[in-house]
Write a protein that binds this ligand. Structure first.
Ligand SMILES: Cc1cc2nc3c(=O)[nH]c(=O)nc-3n(C[C@H](O)[C@H](O)[C@H](O)COP(=O)(O)O)c2cc1C
Length: 281
């Protein structure tokens, strides 16, 4: 029994969250990537990015703070080596993107739309250190919608666009509605929360600490937008967590920080929830 996520068909509702599964090579040492509903790549930009200064990831009680600075090889090397090996491993690949201009977003969409093996594009509209990282400032839902519209225009018809919005309770419904109206097939709710490294650098907070907040955001979006395809993300670490997001109205879930503790988490959840759906179905 498969899942329909706004036109993206998944074998089960469990995805690896962007930036938390390496390039797939690291994760593949522990799990079969084809067992996952989907694998979301780290955010890819048009040009390579070296990322921010170290330390980039620190443990805090109940979570991680991180300021990776969207380190990635850039589009060309991604298309040449990362994408093919993910496809070869049988992963359902969702490519996360960010840009410094609307033109860059459009260019990324144009090129990825023609790349074999891309199942969907996820637009990262919610990096907690985005502004410090120099990507387009899309904290206003109106600006986020402009990005989604630019990407949507360039993607081939039938290639779903996922929009990853901030888990900001005050504006999450407005954000979700706006990006869906602009052409997103599904909304990912949400990302790491804005935080700071001990030295004050802008960072994100993720892991169990943010789970109740992310869950509340999913609930609010589901209540306001009953027909929306929603992906819940934030602090999901075990089957009970995943089930609570699905019960709150998420169509699928993404697992991030938990993979840094146990890289088998997402595949185990995928198996558990696949069996569950087969029994129910
Ligand atoms: C080390 C690290 C790197 C991340 N990199 C990205 C990224 O490149 N793009 C993105 O959209 N989200 C990124 N995220 C955010 C996760 O995809 C996820 O949305 C967030 O951490 C909340 O989920 P979690 O609590 O399960 O980790 C990153 C998170 C971590 C911990």
């Amino acid at each position: 029994m498969s899942i329909d996520l706004g036109g993206l068909t998944l074998a089960n509702p469990v995805m690896v969250a962007s930036g938390c599964g390496g390039t797939g090579r690291e994760l593949a040492a522990y799990v079969d990537l084809h067992e996952l509903g989907a694998f979301v790549t780290r955010t890819i930009t048009l040009n390579p990015r070296a990322g921010g200064p170290v330390p980039r990831i620190l443990e805090t009680p109940s979570g991680l703070v991180h300021a990776v600075g969207l380190q990635n090889p850039g589009l060309e090397p991604f298309l040449a080596s990362e994408l093919p090996q993910l496809v070869q491993q049988g992963a359902r690949v969702v490519v996360s993107i960010a840009g410094t201009t609307l033109g860059e977003y459009a260019e990324l969409a144009r090129r990825l739309g023609r790349a074999p093996g891309v199942a969907a594009v996820e637009v990262n509209l919610s990096s907690p250190d985005a502004v410090a990282s120099g990507v387009l400032d899309v904290r206003e839902p109106f600006h986020a919608a402009n990005v989604v519209a630019a990407v949507h225009r360039e993607l081939p018809r039938g290639l779903p666009l996922l929009a990853k919005v901030r888990p900001d309770l005050i504006r999450v419904v407005e954000s979700a509605r706006t990006v869906l109206e602009a052409g997103a097939a599904a909304v990912v709710v949400g990302n790491a929360l804005p935080a700071a490294m001990p030295d004050g650098r802008p960072a994100g907070l993720s892991g169990p600490a943010i789970r109740p907040l992310a869950l509340r955001c999913v609930t609010e979006v589901r209540d306001a937008l009953p027909d929306a395809a929603i992906v819940g993300c934030g602090g999901i670490a075990d089957e009970a967590d995943a089930r609570s997001f699905l019960a709150a109205g998420a169509t699928a879930v993404q697992v991030g920080t938990a993979l840094l503790h146990d890289p088998t988490t997402a595949a185990r959840l995928a198996r558990a929830l696949t069996t569950d759906r087969e029994v129910i179905g």
